[in-house]
Design a protein around this ligand. Structure first.
Ligand code: NDP
Ligand code: GDR
Length: 345
């Protein structure tokens, strides 16, 4: 529950009157920042948000939590979700992202909850990987390009398999990239919006990025959480793509984010020598650093969410341009508040 999507989904479910049980990992530092505003003191009578320590690599722990909470709906959002990091920690990524969903599905089965508990698996557009067709839909063949994508491929198919083998209400949301002010700081959109804000406020000199040509279909996480919930409200389980149908390059997103922070950016040069230069001062603000290139890249993602529109009535409202604006505004505010706090000290 402590991740970007967990925070939005928990909020949505609480608004709908659910009692919500969430998993958090033991951490030596505070890791519940994203759910601070919905946190409920366990000493309060009848809290509706209950957190459990847990880990997707620990089957007995998952079985116990499912047994204690007997959920009607399980949303498996937990994952080592960073594609580049998965090249460095492939075995752990497989354990958490592939065997993790299997452990949850088995927990449902072992406890005899197949009839009672619906299951959502956070599948991903990374399953498509190497471009076979565009836009990508539920019928596009998969060709993952990272240990993360391969682990998620197992998660996808084990969910389908448990649905077919045991009649479980288990669905995959094949979600394209979705972002928000709560996005993790090392994913490219948030890295860019934070840097644009910090550079505009004179707190950072330069932003280093990898592949500027990569194209992603970026939507807003709040709207995607609503789509996940809708999947589990259907009588029949199924698999659905959630996407905006619009794709944008990392370069264009960067240009927009800087514009929203008050800086006009011009890109010059090519390949690793490409630079983002301030149109007004000529200062180099963005540089390419090959350390952020991936051993195998997913070049183009653009989704076709017509099945979700037709069957779930789900449609994204917020475009990528507004998304960038919201994220930059939020990062400027965080950094300004932080400056005021420091000056107050
Ligand atoms: P985040 O990285 O923000 O959140 C992932 C969550 O999983 C965090 O709460 C994290 O805990 C937790 N987690 C990681 N490893 C474990 C583990 N071993 N045991 C228990 N919990 C663990 O990801 P998002 O919210 O962006 O994504 C949610 C899910 O959707 C992920 O499965 C991701 O792969 C998938 N997805 C995301 C998309 C996107 O664009 N955001 C698109 C498609 C799929 P902690 O906070 O302690 O790190
Ligand atoms: P992605 O997201 O790999 O699509 O996975 P990310 O934001 O990390 O990368 C998007 C694209 O930007 C390029 N890129 C950079 N990426 C990062 N992180 N840092 C950089 O400096 C940088 N420069 C260029 C990348 O090469 C890539 O092409 C996200 C995650 O949320 C997954 O969990 C999810 O499954 C998919 O989206 C859909």
């Amino acid at each position: 529950m402590t991740g970007q999507d967990g925070a939005y989904l928990a909020r949505l479910l609480l608004e709908k009157g659910y009692e919500v049980h969430g998993l958090k990992r033991r951490s030596s530092s505070f890791n519940t920042g994203r759910i601070e505003d919905i946190y409920q003191d366990p000493h309060e009578p009848d809290p509706r948000l209950i957190l459990h320590y847990g880990d997707m690599t620990d089957a007995t722990n998952l079985i116990r939590i499912v047994q204690e909470s007997r959920p009607h709906e399980i949303y498996n959002l937990a994952a080592q979700s960073h594609v580049q990091v998965s090249f460095e920690t492939p075995e752990y990524t497989a354990n958490a992202d592939a065997i993790g969903p299997l452990r949850l599905l088995e927990a449902i089965r072992i406890l005899g909850l197949e009839e009672e508990t619906r299951f959502y698996q956070a599948s991903t557009s990374e399953l498509y990987g190497l471009v076979q067709e565009a836009p990508q839909s539920e019928t596009t063949p998969f060709y993952p390009r990272s240990p993360y994508g391969v682990a998620k491929l197992y998660g996808y198919w084990i969910t389908v398999n448990y649905r077919e083998a045991y009649g479980m209400h288990a669905s995959n949301g094949i979600l394209f990239n979705h972002e928000s002010p709560l996005r993790g700081e090392t994913f490219v959109t948030r890295k860019i919006t934070r840097a644009a804000a910090a550079i505009a406020l004179g707190r950072q000199d330069k932003l280093y990025l990898g592949n500027l040509d990569a194209q992603r279909d970026w939507g807003h996480a709040r709207e995607y959480a609503e789509g996940m919930w809708r999947m589990l409200q259907r009588d029949e389980p199924d698999d659905y793509v959630l996407a905006t149908g619009v794709t944008t390059s990392v370069r264009d997103f960067t240009r927009w984010a800087f514009e929203d922070a008050g800086i006009a950016l011009v890109f010059t040069g090519e390949g690793v020598d490409e630079k983002g230069v301030c149109a007004k001062t000529g200062r180099e603000l963005v540089e390419v650093d090959p350390r952020y290139f991936r051993p195998a890249e997913v070049e183009l993602l653009i989704g076709d969410a017509s099945k979700a529109r037709d069957r779930l009535g789900w449609e994204p409202r917020l475009g990528v341009r507004e998304l960038a604006r919201e994220m930059v505004a939020a990062d400027l505010e965080i950094m300004r508040d932080d400056t005021i706090a420091r000056e107050d000290c």
